[in-house]
Design a protein around this ligand. Sequence first.
Ligand SMILES: [Zn+2]
Length: 215
Amino acid sequence: MFINIHTHTQIYDAKLELVNADLISSDRTNYYSYGLHPWYLKEDTTDQQLRTLAMRATEKRCLAIGECGLDKVCDTDLKLQERVFMEQIKLANDLRKPLIIHCVKAFNEVLNCLNFSDNTVPVIFHGFNNNDNIARLLTEQGYYFSFGKALMGFESNAARAIVSVGRKKFFLETDTADVSIKYVYRKASELLGIDEEILKQQIVSNFETVFNHKL
Ligand SMILES: [Zn+2]
């Protein structure tokens, strides 16, 4: 069974695709996550969006809150990003749903927000492609990773991290990349030197643990 933990459109090539759903659109897939992405925050609409998010996130098939987080490379004011991220951490903890994190050059700030909020839900850093030190730091905190197309890059950070973080600690995703999740699995099993079937079983087990959801 293929699980795609983070995509923006349903592709129908995995048994379970967790689609990053649009709060406004009424299209709903089988399973999805809701979150306010730091790129698109606007001071004057944020509170309304947070209220809509809080309402919709209670839906049973909304399995996670995200992607949400911090991005120091985008134009959105960092203070606004932090405020909205903290609200989403609180919501995830109220609803007991995992967080799917978007983090660009802001790992310290993201960790501070999580610690300051006394977060206790599982945290998945999606699209991970960062260096060994960051991988170690997040591993020490017990956080999870999701790897996508960066695995395909020659000797990428992601390709090293998938080996170092441990098999119980990661998921696979396509995000916005035009690639089948099957190829991401194939590449991951090559890098880990394990059979694809074993990898699939491992990720099903990781999913059941993190999402408290029996498949
Ligand atoms: Zn994404």
